[in-house]
Design a protein. Structure first.
Length: 56
């Protein structure tokens, strides 16, 4: 029984990790696409603020 359970858990774990890996890659790709646009907007919004202004 123990051997059957362990052998059955391995492929399930592989498919689960493959799914999680694919979803994680998809999420990273989806979040990486809008990031440059958001960064550009953030840089374009405060152009009047001098970058060398002291923070304190």
């Amino acid at each position: 029984d123990t051997d059957e359970i362990s052998s059955a858990e391995r492929p399930l774990g592989r498919t689960y990790f493959q799914r999680a890996g694919r979803e994680l890659q998809a999420a990273q790709a989806a979040s990486a696409a809008p990031q440059p646009a958001a960064q550009q907007e953030q840089h374009q919004i405060p152009p009047h603020i001098p970058p060398a202004a002291p923070l304190f």
